[in-house]
Design a protein around this ligand. Structure first.
Ligand SMILES: Cc1cc2nc3c(=O)[nH]c(=O)nc-3n(C[C@H](O)[C@H](O)[C@H](O)COP(=O)(O)OP(=O)(O)OC[C@H]3O[C@@H](n4cnc5c(N)ncnc54)[C@H](O)[C@@H]3O)c2cc1C
Length: 441
């Protein structure tokens, strides 16, 4: 086991910092179980720290599974693989491709650990496609007593239904079995389209492409659409930047300079947003120019080195266009300075008790604020709109929803809390943030 000498833990955006008594990096399930059994509470497990909310914060024990990474085995016929929970999605892609398989969908970035992404319902976009949590077939969970349980659709079913999205509050997953697809290549196309046209044709666009999303700078009359579709074309390699590469690309530099300009000269924000939109080529539905073809794990992620804070809510899919129109109108008129675009994606319904997509096909709408600018007032105003659309918050992104409100949004809320208190009666895995979120002492 590795002991980390500097006992400071920080999340990606830098807004959450923690000084635990112990920051530990076990190398095996046995070591993990021993740490959990004897660790000073609250015992929290960190993935890659890409959640904006203080889910991992602890003055007791923080555990990282970065040494528990890799594919244990796979089943070619069933198209599944047993994966160590600390494996990052980035490392996972090539390991699965070697076995002729790929994840069915991924989010915007691939820095997250698999268990961290699963723990908050992390998703990409696709009308027919669920979140990463919905792709879980089975998991092994280290519980508060140090015991290890298997959970799947046949064994410990309630733990399976509660545990797939549980933010490390039931225990610590040591391995996860994922349902996969035969390896596939995706072709990316897209560009600028008038917002009114996009919003009028969202159903058609969603059905025509395996993955459809768009970004909208609220001051612009155009959105930037992005499509990924399966193709038989040969995949071209993608050179990924190393994790610790801080060097800016040209586009990142332009965007950062625009953020700084907008910060000091807020009256320029409309013009800057129009400029950033126009930097994308125009997309025409008539255009059939071939896009970039890449293996799926190379096609999904973007590099995001400009830091920001983010809020995201999932609203019923059919209400997505009205909701985003209202959000954009509010942002244009509220007088608060911002530069980042809104992001609009689709996620299919699932059966996971605390999933934002529980029994509901959804559209997710994300609002971002540059990390050097205050976000609270802007996010609060937008959150009031999401509430009117029965929005459910992304657990890893900023929101102010509390237990009393969440109970009304999640039909299986009480069932989840019962499983949680049965499996961890002393609340070993609960930090103050989770206690407040769940409304428990
Ligand atoms: C730049 C950026 C881009 C993003 N893009 C997307 C996106 O496209 N789609 C999307 O949905 N979200 C997105 N997110 C949010 C992100 O995917 C989630 O917050 C995700 O949970 C982060 O994963 P992580 O590995 O960093 O986990 P952490 O943030 O470290 O942890 C998340 C939760 O998982 C728990 N956890 C971690 N490991 C385990 C384990 N072994 N067992 C049990 N619980 C565990 C933690 O305790 C915590 O509660 C983005 C975030 C950032 C910063």
């Amino acid at each position: 086991m590795d002991f980390v000498m500097t006992n400071v833990w920080s999340n990606w955006s830098g807004w959450v910092k923690s000084w635990p008594v112990a920051l530990l990096e076990p190398v095996s399930e046995e070591e993990l179980a021993a740490i959990v059994k004897d660790g000073v509470a609250p015992v929290r497990v960190a993935g890659s720290g890409h959640s904006f909310t203080p889910l991992v914060e602890s003055q007791g024990t923080i555990i990282s599974l970065k040494n528990m990474s890799g594919v244990i085995d796979h089943n070619d016929e069933a198209k599944t693989a047993r994966i160590k929970a600390g494996t990052t999605i980035r490392d996972l892609g090539p390991l699965l491709l070697d076995r002729g398989m790929g994840l069915a969908n991924q989010g915007d970035i691939d820095r997250q650990s698999l268990a961290g992404a699963v723990g908050t319902g992390t998703h990409g976009t696709g009308g027919e496609l669920g979140s990463l949590s919905a792709g879980v077939e089975s998991f092994r969970l280290v519980t508060a007593s140090g015991e290890v349980v298997n959970a799947n659709r046949e064994e410990n079913i309630n733990i399976f239904n509660a545990g797939r999205v549980s933010m490390g509050s039931l225990g610590i997953m040591s391995e996860i079995t994922m349902k996969l697809k035969p390896a596939y290549v995706l072709e990316e196309t897209g560009g600028r389209m008038p917002v009114d046209e996009v919003l009028a044709r969202v159903d058609e666009l969603r059905e025509a492409h395996r993955h459809f999303e768009f970004f909208w700078f609220p001051y612009s009359r155009e959105a930037i659409v992005k499509f990924l579709s399966e193709t038989e074309a040969e995949a071209r390699p993608r050179r990924r930047r190393p994790d610790d590469d801080k060097a800016e690309t040209r586009d990142e530099k332009i965007f950062r300079v625009a953020c700084e300009a907008s910060r000091y000269l807020p009256f320029l924000r409309g013009r800057l947003q129009n400029f950033l939109t126009s930097a994308s080529g125009r997309y025409s539905l008539a255009a059939d120019a071939p896009g970039r073809a890449r293996w799926s794990h190379d096609a999904f992620p973007s590099d995001r080195n400009n830091r920001f804070n983010e809020m995201e809510y999932a609203v019923p899919a059919e209400r997505g266009p009205d909701c985003i129109r209202e959000v954009a109108a509010y942002m244009r008129t509220c007088g608060i300075n911002f530069l980042f675009p809104l992001e609009y994606r689709y996620v299919a319904a699932d059966d996971i008790w605390l999933s934002p997509f529980y029994e509901r096909d959804s559209v997710t709408i994300s609002v971002h604020q540059y990390h050097r600018q205050p976000y609270r007032e802007l996010f609060e105003g937008v959150e009031n709109i999401f509430r009117r659309y029965q929005g459910r918050p992304h657990w890893g992104k900023l929101h102010t929803a509390k237990a009393s409100e969440l109970k009304g949004l999640y039909p299986r809320w009480d069932d989840f809390l019962k499983v949680r208190s049965d499996i961890d009666p002393t609340g070993k895995f609960l930090n103050p943030y989770l206690k407040e979120l769940f409304g428990v002492d």
